[in-house]
Write a protein that binds this ligand. Sequence first.
Ligand SMILES: Nc1ncnc2c1ncn2[C@@H]1O[C@H](COP(=O)(O)OP(=O)(O)OP(=O)(O)O)[C@@H](O)[C@H]1O
Length: 289
Amino acid sequence: MAFKKFSIAAYACAEAVPLQPFQQHDVETTQGQISVKNVTISFQRRHQKVTAVENVNLNIKAGEFVALLGASGCGKSTLLNAITGIVKPTEGSIWIDHCQVTEPNPACGIVFQHHSLFPWMTVLQNVSFGPKMLGFPAARSVAMQFLTLVGLEKFKNYYPSMLSGGMQQRVGIARALATQPPVLLMDEPFGALDAQTRSIMQEELLKIWTTFKTTVVFVTHDIDEAIFLSDRICIMRSTPGSIKEEVMVDLDRPRKPDVMLTEQYIKVQKKVLAAIRQESLKSFNHQLH
Ligand SMILES: Nc1ncnc2c1ncn2[C@@H]1O[C@H](COP(=O)(O)OP(=O)(O)OP(=O)(O)O)[C@@H](O)[C@H]1O
């Protein structure tokens, strides 16, 4: 299937041809390399300057699954929003495939905690909206492929309000992937789901990622979620937010929930727990004062 190159200037400068859908895991992914260079992000809050993120350096390989893990308020969402181009770094720069991010750009698909589907559109209309906007030929059939990928092809004519929370998030994932972005940014996408649905969605996400090997940056508070999903966990420290430690997750793939019972998993968990607990206590005390 051939797709037009994106016409939006921010993405066109990468001179990238969008990934083909259903790219296999064993095919080496070359797009979606992220480079965060000396990034500091400050906000003006009334008369006070708030530094949300300070001097962050992070390199993410094409096709890598990286979790940003940290206590509430440590700057995870701010960093993610800077990668999307929604927030501008006060200092430093962010690059995707050697193209500097200066504005919101279609190289990144985004999934938030609360789905941001258009309530007046059907599931299919929601998923085909992005491809249509980017001028893809056959936007509807591309959208159908991604709906099939998340197992919701039978619900194409439903409106979002007719779906469960887990189904709405699946539509959100299909919508984010339908423009075939080299990077998928996920901000606590399963945070509002119950434990059972969340666990199923994590497995589903890994299956989708295995099929469509995009780079994923996944924000979460949840240690087990970060370990189960990712190749690497970046643990953030608070006030101001920065990367305290990186932990490699060298567990075999494909992963099933029972990986959590293995010695190897518990070893990674202990490492992450030790780093995060120190930071959580610090952040909690800071919020109290
Ligand atoms: N637009 C803004 N204006 C002012 N301050 C902001 C803005 N966005 C974020 N902040 C501040 O920056 C800090 C980091 O916020 P951010 O939302 O990135 O943290 P987080 O780690 O994602 O938190 P949570 O896990 O609770 O969502 C917080 O102190 C927050 O109040």
